[in-house]
Design a protein around this ligand. Structure first.
Ligand code: OAD
Length: 231
């Protein structure tokens, strides 16, 4: 049976593709207060601003490409069962070729009904004010905003519990419940953390830090984990 790897990724893995992270920009996200564009309160206050914001993010995501870190992670699938648990709303892991990608905070390329969260749709075009679902509710981005439930945590935690190796890359681990994922790690799991600004974590014995960018750190870890494997 293949050993299991879980990758916990955040905005930092997409930084080298040209998508800015959240907390490196002084609390602003592409010029906006995060709460203005990523909270139910922000949505109530100004739906058109929120829609416009995510329409721009979607266009931006379409214009960039997966980088070496996204691509190197795919090579691990040759030898391991790999699950990516990402807080990112872009689709760069999928476009790099990763098979199992779980999005904790939703996806830019999905929309959903603002009145019924079960009604989820593929979304490659802009969402406009007045676009409604079959139940008559305004369509919104399928993004998990601050204060909303994170339903995919229920799928993420058993993956983390069963992992032999965990790679944490490009996340400040500042947002809960995603930040609590390492609490579920098996005590024998090997944990690799890649970030130029290593986040605070409760260090288990087998934890290895790579204080560098995703592209170089992931390349080293992939090489190590694929030692003796032809790639
Ligand atoms: P953050 O912006 O909080 O953290 C990004 C992390 O990436 C930081 O630790 C940086 O040091 C690191 N970083 C920057 N450049 C890097 C590079 N080239 N290679 C590797 N790491 C790099 O982003 P997240 O932790 O993903 O939620 O943020 C979590 C959530 O907060 C997001 O999913 C988003 C946000 O509000 C929602 O939109 C709901």
């Amino acid at each position: 049976m293949k050993k299991k790897i879980v990758v916990i990724s955040g905005a930092g893995i997409s930084a080298e593709s040209g998508i800015s992270t959240f907390r490196d920009a002084g609390g602003l996200w592409e010029g906006h207060d995060i709460m203005e564009v990523a909270s139910p309160q922000g949505w109530q206050k100004n739906q058109s601003l929120v829609l416009d914001f995510y329409n721009k993010r979607r266009k931006q995501a379409l214009a960039v490409l997966p980088n070496a870190a996204h691509k190197d992670l795919v090579k691990l699938e040759k030898k391991y069962e790999v699950h990516i648990i990402t807080q990112n709303v872009d689709d760069l892991h999928e476009r790099a070729g990763s098979k199992n990608v779980l999005h904790l905070h939703g996806q830019l390329f999905q929309s959903r009904s603002s009145g019924n969260e079960q009604l989820v749709f593929p979304c490659t075009e802009d969402i406009n004010l007045g676009d409604i679902c079959e139940e008559g509710h305004q369509i919104r981005p399928n993004i998990v905003w601050f204060g909303e439930q994170v339903p995919n945590m229920a799928l993420a935690t058993p993956l983390v519990q069963k992992a032999d190796f965990i790679i944490v890359v490009g996340t400040s681990l500042a947002v809960y419940p995603a930040a609590s994922m390492l609490d579920y790690a098996n005590k024998n799991a090997q944990i690799y953390v890649v970030d130029p600004n290593i986040p605070f974590i409760d260090k288990q014995p087998n934890t290895y830090m790579y204080e560098e960018k995703a592209s170089t750190g992931i390349a080293k870890i992939v090489k190590l984990l694929l030692k003796d494997t032809e790639i």
